[in-house]
Design a protein around this ligand. Structure first.
Ligand SMILES: [Cu+2]
Length: 75
């Protein structure tokens, strides 16, 4: 069973940022797909689909590693 969680990322400005975040998140165990809705200079929704429960700290860390900030999942 797969679950999609939506996070809010800030600091993304272009397609390069999108691929950096997508790459880091895709590398996490259980993640099957990552979709980023780029909103340059604002808050970009990030949809993370996984087939296992995600460790939220790991998700935040992955985005931090890419150089961006992720807020908690939106309900
Ligand atoms: Cu960029």
């Amino acid at each position: 069973m797969s679950t999609t969680t939506t996070y809010a990322a800030t600091g993304l400005t272009c397609g390069h940022c999108v691929s950096a975040v997508t790459e880091e998140l895709s590398a996490l165990p259980g993640v099957t797909s990552v979709t980023v809705e780029l909103n340059a200079g604002g808050t970009s929704p990030v949809h993370v689909t996984s087939n296992a429960p995600l460790d939220q700290a790991q998700v935040l860390e992955a985005v931090d590693e890419a150089g961006y900030t992720l807020a908690s999942p939106t309900p």
